[in-house]
Design a protein around this ligand. Structure first.
Ligand SMILES: C[S@@+](CC[C@H](N)C(=O)[O-])C[C@H]1O[C@@H](n2cnc3c(N)ncnc32)[C@H](O)[C@@H]1O
Length: 188
């Protein structure tokens, strides 16, 4: 990636209309760094909105030679995300799929090494369970909003804490929303 392309992507990221729904810049940068340092090659994003996080993650997946599947249930949001991803020149790396993630995940082919959960908070455990058969050992599972919305995802947090298959840490990469993310390493 040339410096010029990176600059134009960074300036696009600044122009994308962010709302309280959007991933914060700090969290999105953490996702980008995680993907690149883990050399992740196949990722799933559950809940895309305008594509702010997808562009950050797409930059990292482009660097690893990987691919991101970004799942969005709302057709207007999926179209807006698609348009932003095209503007970022990342359409070869990021594929936006429109539909219910609970139906789309089982239809995705192949294995994955990165999963980002950011849609309906009470459904996090269902998204994870749907993706689990496709997650490789050493896959990373990142879940957003685990502080502010902890009560809606009690089952998910309990599952991560009690399962011998995951090692989990809660991090706060941004103070913007007073929230945080879990990062879980799938051990087997
Ligand atoms: C918090 S926003 C996602 C923010 C995004 N990750 C970002 O980086 O800005 C949550 C999104 O999940 C979408 N969503 C809700 N239920 C969904 C489902 N079952 N499948 C896919 N997307 C869903 C919503 O329409 C919304 O756009």
């Amino acid at each position: 990636m040339t410096d010029r392309l990176l600059q134009s992507r960074e300036s696009l990221l600044k122009r994308i209309r962010r709302t309280p729904m959007s991933t914060t810049p700090g969290d999105a940068m953490l996702l980008r760094i995680l993907i690149q340092t883990a050399r992740a090659r196949r990722g799933i994003e559950v809940g895309v909105f305008a594509g702010y996080g997808a562009i950050h993650m797409g930059i990292a997946f482009e660097r690893t030679g990987g691919r991101l599947y970004s799942l969005e249930i709302d057709p207007k949001r999926a179209a807006a995300a698609q348009s932003n991803i095209r503007k970022a020149d990342l359409e070869k790396t990021v594929t936006v799929l429109c539909g219910d993630a609970l139906e789309l995940i089982p239809r995705l082919r192949g294995q994955f090494d990165f999963l980002f959960l950011d849609a309906v908070k009470r459904d996090y455990l269902r998204y994870l369970r749907a993706a689990e058969p496709k997650l490789k050992p050493a896959a990373l599972v990142v879940a957003d909003n685990v502080i502010v919305h902890a009560s809606e995802m009690r089952d998910f947090l309990r599952y991560l804490r009690s399962s011998p298959d995951y090692e989990t840490v809660l991090v706060r990469a941004s103070m913007e929303k007073g929230d945080g993310m879990t990062i879980s390493l799938k051990l087997r």
